[in-house]
Design a protein around this ligand. Sequence first.
Ligand SMILES: [Zn+2]
Length: 452
Amino acid sequence: MRATYLFIACCLAIAGIAIGQQPPQKNPYVEKIVKEISAKNIQTNVEKLVSFGTRHTLSDTLSDTRGIGAARRWIKSEFDRYAKSSNGRLVVEFHESTVPPSQRIPTPSKVVNVLATLKPAQEGLSAGRTIIVSGHYDSRAGSPMDVKSDAPGADDDASGVALVLELARVMSSYEFEARIIFAAFAGEEQGLLGATALAEWAKLQSVNVEAVFNNDMVGSTVDGNGTKENRSVRLFSEAFSPLDTGAVFRQRVSLGLENDGGSRTLARYIKELGEQYNPGFGIQLIYRLDRFLRGGDHRPFHERGFRAVRFCEVKENYDRQHQDVRKENDKEYGDLPKFVDYEYCAQVAKVNAAGIATLARAPQPPAKVEVLTSQLANDTGLRWQKNPEKDLAGYLVRYRATSSPVWENALFTSDTTLTIKMSKDDFLFGVQAVDREGNAGLVTLPRPSGRQ
Ligand SMILES: [Zn+2]
């Protein structure tokens, strides 16, 4: 839930604030997108993906009915179908890379992602901003090297790919200011290979990847103990990137920003929007890159300094993950579609939709945000650079107690400076740009003025 805005008239704590046109707190355009997400379509997509028998990265590529080749051609054909209502803006492609032998790759092998890129409605507005939403379409049986046995992978991760497809279907007839890449990755189970190839491409091309929303296992609501949770999802993020070493690390800790790295900032942003646009469904922030003994496709992006997070169900069932399909003592093993809760998956899709649609329509994060520290003062002074977007309404200055996981308050101003009668020692502050529809972009944390 976004914190209530405070007006100067009712808040004596603010000085020097220039009130402009206050934007609305919810955007009907985003609400419409969220509403269109269909659990039925997600179910159809999962069942179709499972019908290919196995989607192991090294499985058959020639058959039209079985193996990873048939699966990726079907995913592409779905994206192509949605492209028809995109007015030429959704561009679909296979993104291929050849990977060298590694622990789970015996010989040099081709790894093929399926990408659908939704271009901004008007070029030039987006400053090259790119948002990636992903799932992995490869699957595995009990042995990671078994390319023949059935590996239905309904939850892991047909659920994530089905969600990505549904988002592409809905969002490709809407318009955005940032580019959105809908990605179905391969090679996840063999070592995050497809995602690593795309992350490496983004780094080499200096792509302005603003956010990666990775969805891996978003359909199970009952765990191995039989306990159920279908009203919330976990969102994994790591506070520091492996690039935050040495002096960078020390400076961030000295400023009290140990909980405000890029990926964590993104997670906080998604939680706020998801719970605002899809009320009654919670987002649990997990302060970890991933679960123990497991990994995910957000990792190669996070490791290269991009903001990247992973959605994952709350209730995992290990009798279904990475298992050969079989029955033992009346117990069923295997990742079968009948165990997926499609209504739950649709809830996670709606959270993704709220975050992606808002971010892709919102202004970019404000630049050069500074907290004034030239002298000791009881007030907090902030300043930042003006945003270039034509539909800009102003800025939300956010603040929270240093120990709070989420932003607690927002002050609106159309100016580029703000003085708040509160101590900078006791709170964390941030600034986000907001447009006239009420779309607020990512929060920029300030640096002390006069320091790098
Ligand atoms: Zn997975």
